[in-house]
Design a protein around this ligand. Structure first.
Ligand code: FCB
Length: 448
């Protein structure tokens, strides 16, 4: 059995708008960068797109039932910025349905689907996009703030910067290398400005969702240790240090973001505004070595890192999910204690995403979807959270990624993270064994 989680611990599930909604043109919605990106040949596995996705836009009432009947306390979803530009009707209905089901909505304001028209004006490389996000936040607060009280600003600014702006794997696919660092700063500034708007609008709680993971040096060689340190700065600390201690981790990053002096100091004051919770998305650790002369790194990882950088990701030795991600539950305990040690003022943590893709077959003759490996994954990671709590880290909640199978960005629909299975032909939903397991766990934890 599990260690008992603290009283008031909040179990939840997560999704994001672009990955589930579909209805690409409903309500006069204009394209996001992901609509543009997926329309370009060669960007997504099997040429898949999300114009229909899992049709959550039309099937949201059923989906909310699957979420609520598991007994979760919180449901984290996201708003589609381009959809909101033409009205909040869909989200009015969605929020009302979530509340009527007895679940707390904890929406993310921005989960990667930037309106294409803003990308055309420079996207996150343009400082003005931060102010535009603040204006969009004000619109959400005005229309939904009477019912939505708990907010997450941005999702995984690091992954958006790295895959979308430094590399070409995600929208908008810019491939700027280290030249992408201004996109990091502008998202952080957007986060800080959004916090101001949410505070002024009377929010009950405000947080952010950052992806974090331990960065392990491949060996004791000082070059490997230095390479791992730099990689950790660029992926973990560039996005946490400004928020949690008002500074960037090193001079290379400061030079790269291209803002200095008094302006930088003013921006950091905005970015470091206190939060009510700090969201951590955890999937797997990364192992880094200093590049070995003559070694060919092509194909070593799922994304190709350009040559000439001072670090090379190498595979961690561990069992893997069907997506090829290393299964290392202790990495979650590790990153939580690292965050606690690094930030004396760390707010309570919520695990805003954790989960695994296994290529589950649809319902068999017994009508069930058996996903024992997902259950084992979630079980081990919840124990890892309990270990961190035991070690003195304050963790207030845990959300599974994801409530339901969905569009896994450049990997398309093969990667299934859901507790609920979706048939790709009929879009029929079937609760997986992991859904029942999670329901029973929540019931047991909440009863005692
Ligand atoms: C995270 C994203 C989320 C989902 C999971 C698997 O990086 O925030 O949208 O794709 O990975």
């Amino acid at each position: 059995m599990y260690p008992q989680f603290p009283p008031g611990f909040r179990f939840g599930m997560s999704t994001s708008a672009y990955q589930i909604e579909g209805a690409a043109d409903a309500d006069g919605k204009k394209p996001s960068i992901w609509d543009t990106f997926t329309a370009r040949p060669g960007t997504v596995r099997h040429g898949e797109h999300a114009r229909v996705a899992i049709d959550h836009y039309h099937r949201y009432a059923e989906d909310v039932r699957h979420i609520a009947e598991a007994g979760v306390h919180d449901y984290r979803f996201s708003f589609s910025w381009p959809r909101v530009q033409s009205g909040t009707g869909f989200y009015d209905r969605l929020v009302d349905t979530i509340l009527a089901a007895g679940v707390r909505p904890v929406p993310t304001i921005y989960h990667w689907d930037l309106p294409q028209e803003l990308e055309d004006a420079g996207g996150w490389m343009n400082r003005d996009t931060a102010q535009r996000l603040a204006d969009y936040t004000a619109m959400l607060v005005e229309r939904l703030g009477d019912r939505v009280r708990d907010w997450i600003t941005l999702n995984e600014m690091s992954v958006h910067t790295l895959y979308g702006y430094a590399l070409t794997d995600h929208a908008p696919g810019r491939g700027l290398g280290l030249g992408a660092l201004p996109a990091a700063h502008h998202q952080l500034l957007a986060h800080g400005l959004a916090v101001q708007v949410l505070r002024a609008g009377g929010a009950r709680s405000v947080g952010v969702a950052n992806q974090h993971f331990p960065v392990l040096p491949a060996g004791d060689d000082p070059d490997d240790v230095a390479a791992a340190g730099l990689f950790a700065d660029l992926t973990n600390w560039t996005f946490a240090d400004p928020i949690l201690r008002g500074e960037y981790p090193n001079e290379l990053v400061v030079a790269g973001i291209g803002v200095d002096g008094a302006q930088l100091a003013r921006d950091l004051e905005v970015i470091r505004a206190p939060l009510d919770f700090y969201g951590v998305n955890y999937y797997e650790p990364t192992m880094i070595e200093a590049p070995r002369a003559g070694k060919d790194y092509a194909g070593v990882l799922e994304v190709d890192i350009p040559d000439g950088l001072p670090f090379s990701p190498v595979p961690v030795k561990a069992e893997r999910t069907d997506f090829g991600w290393a299964i290392v539950p202790s990495g979650l305990t590790g990153i939580l204690t690292t965050l606690r040690d690094r930030y004396p003022h760390l707010p309570p943590v919520v695990i805003t995403e954790n989960g695994a893709s296994f290529h589950d077959a649809g319902p068999g003759p017994d009508g069930r979807v058996h996903d024992p490996r997902r259950i084992a994954f979630l079980d081990a990671h919840l124990r890892a959270v309990a270990d961190a709590i035991e070690a003195g880290v304050r963790v207030d909640g845990y959300y599974v990624w994801s409530a339901i199978d969905n569009f896994e960005w450049a990997a398309g629909y093969d990667e299934r993270f859901g507790l609920v299975h979706v048939d790709r032909e009929t879009l029929a939903r079937t609760r997986k064994d992991s859904w029942y397991w999670y329901r029973d766990l929540i019931a047991a934890q909440t009863r005692s």
